[in-house]
Design a protein around this ligand. Structure first.
Ligand code: ADP
Ligand code: MG
Length: 568
């Protein structure tokens, strides 16, 4: 007996529609895309009961005439492409002509639309399974789409919807994504009694309205342009970070996508500033030639395939690294391997306005003023005409901490982190100064992998002061960085033992600095402690190479506040 039969037109339609529209948030996503494609400069969203009862999007875009309105809810009806080839150049959010048809298949749909300079508008009303009705109405330019009773006639689908509050959140997420990608468009949001308005403005303004918890004064806007792609970024100072990727977002051609290649570039560029496992706050908006970015691989266009991703990644990495150094100081990785890319054209946007003076800025300005030498501490400052900031060493606390003050600020310095950073910077500053070993050190790698890895970084190791010769299966260390002397050997062994992903040659510098720095329990005499503080204060970037801050600052205001005292 034959068991195969062809599904009814209505059933197959419903299955296809369900792939595009599975919940209110996906209907909202399509309606917002249509409004944006229509060139709207003002878009309002209204949801009731999570968009299940009612979802409305109002725009002031191009509108549609009577004929287009009638066609708009037909399957595969679109004004955006003609032929398959057009997919290579499409810049609109929509192009498949299936969204309105799919919504019409699963909900009651009402569309009122009016073109510019048109005397009247038209209203289309449709219900699943019934022919649509068109009537003339008075309307202003633009389009109002109202979706009601989603999946009302399809209980099997409706039971998969979450509670209204959860569906509202999903709608809100879609709204935020679109509003963030189009800051030049005014958006409004209304759900229950909650309403909010997002006036057209800069990306930074939009970001801080959508995520009010972000510290705006720590954010900078940066633009990077290459031949086939332009990147607009908002970067947060590394001191603001999280252990998840909530604020690490990538948009390609205005769609938020899980583009892991680009996400990992950002994480990698930030890695030297952040403690292990922490994620930076960075929003990246990539504008990539449509022929290189294919969105036609996911029914909801939630994924993208970028043709030139590998070369884009390395170009972006090099530029981003440079930007981070300009903004937050250097931990100096080797840039040569990337920056030689010929197509690299580099542009820097104006840094964002910073209302407050940031932590790093205050440290930097402070360091520009010459510091009094530590041994002159006891000398009186009264005779000096210029006022120089000077620190007062207070003493040690619990092992690793040194306490000192500058004016009305108390500093608690981590001696290991500070020394580590100083060593790290010096090792990178004086790459050539090496010291010959009296007895060369012979090293035999345990595995072929290790051997190959070591071989590949030998030329770079020379930059850091190592002289290593390969002899058959062994390596002979003839010279080490002068700054560390023989202490460099255990650091070298530590480093080569590490898993391959941490084996960029510059990593040896961090390992050497860490191994050779004074330890938590080391007790420094007062002279050495003062010397360490003075040198730490001159660091352009007061964080250890792993990203931990070197000191904590407590200012007078803060202490007054904590102790409930009124200053003055
Ligand atoms: P697509 O966006 O893929 O073309 P849709 O089903 O979403 O398919 O929309 C079908 C067509 O209806 C669009 O191509 C567009 O011409 C028209 N349209 C839909 N929404 C709007 C709107 N808000 N303003 C103007 N035209 C619209
Ligand atoms: Mg569309």
């Amino acid at each position: 007996m034959g068991i195969i039969h062809v599904l009814s037109r209505e059933t197959s339609r419903l299955i296809a529609a369900g792939e595009v529209i599975d919940r209110p948030a996906s209907a909202l996503r399509e309606l917002l895309d249509n409004a944006l494609d229509a060139g709207a400069s003002d878009i309002s969203v209204l949801t009731e009961k999570g968009g299940i009862d009612l979802l409305r999007v109002i725009d002031n875009g191009s509108g549609m005439d009577k004929d287009d309105l009638a066609l708009s809810i037909q399957e595969h009806a679109t004004s955006k492409i003609q032929h398959a080839d057009d997919l290579l150049s499409v810049r609109t959010m929509g192009f498949r002509g299936e969204a309105l048809a799919s919504i019409a298949a699963v909900a009651r749909l009402e569309i009122t639309s009016c073109e510019k300079n048109s005397e009247i508008g038209w209203k289309l009303q449709s219900e699943p399974g019934k022919p649509p009705v068109l009537t003339p109405v008075a309307a202003r330019q633009g389009t109002v789409v109202t979706v009601q009773g989603l999946f009302e006639q399809y209980p099997a689908r409706r039971q998969f919807l979450k509670k209204p509050a959860a569906e509202t959140l999903l709608c809100r997420q879609v709204f935020i994504e679109r509003a963030l990608a189009h800051p030049q468009v005014q958006f409004s949001w209304s759900s229950g009694t909650e309403t909010s308005r997002y006036p057209a403005g800069s990306l930074l303004q939009r970001l801080s309205l959508l995520y009010p918890e972000l510290p705006v004064h720590l954010l900078s806007e940066v633009e990077i342009k290459f031949e086939t792609a332009a990147f607009h970024l908002v970067l947060a100072e590394p001191s603001f970070h999280r252990n998840d990727r909530r604020y690490l977002q990538v948009f390609v051609n205005r769609r938020k996508v899980p583009e892991w290649g680009l996400i990992s570039v950002i994480e990698y560029a930030y890695s030297e500033y952040l403690p292990g496992g922490m994620r930076p706050c960075a929003f990246l908006f990539a504008d990539i030639e449509p022929s290189l970015a294919d969105f036609n691989i996911h029914p909801a266009k939630r994924e993208v395939r970028i043709k030139t991703i590998e070369s884009l990644k390395s170009q972006l990495y090099a530029s981003l690294k440079e930007q981070l150094h300009l903004l937050y100081g250097s931990g100096s990785m080797n840039m040569a391997e990337y920056s030689s890319a010929p197509s690299l054209a580099f542009e820097t946007g104006a840094p964002a306005q910073k209302p407050d003076q940031s932590f790093w800025e205050s440290v930097r300005t402070m360091n520009e003023t010459p510091m009094r030498e530590p041994e002159n501490q006891s000398a009186s400052t009264a005779d000096s005409a210029e006022v120089r900031p000077t620190f007062r060493y207070i003493g040690r606390a619990f092992g690793p901490y040194l306490l000192f003050s500058i004016d009305e600020t108390l500093y608690i310095l981590d001696q290991h982190a500070a020394h580590e950073r100083i060593l790290y910077d010096s090792l990178l500053e004086h790459p050539a100064s090496s010291q010959a070993l009296l007895v060369p050190y012979l090293f035999e790698p345990e595995s072929d992998d290790m051997k190959i890895r070591l071989e590949s970084i030998l030329p770079e190791m020379k930059n850091f002061g190592f002289e290593i010769e390969k002899q058959h299966d062994a390596f002979i260390i003839h010279a080490v960085p002068a700054l560390l002397g023989e202490k460099a050997i255990p650091a070298f062994l530590d480093f080569v033992q590490k898993p391959p992903e941490n084996s960029k040659a510059v990593g040896i510098v961090a390992t050497m600095a860490c191994r050779s720095a004074i330890k938590d329990g080391d007790v420094l005499d007062d002279f050495t402690a003062r010397e360490l503080i003075a040198r730490s204060l001159k660091l352009p970037f007061p964080r250890c190479p792993h990203g931990r801050p070197i000191w904590i600052r407590l200012d007078r205001d803060y202490l007054d506040k904590m102790s409930g005292r009124n200053p003055g």
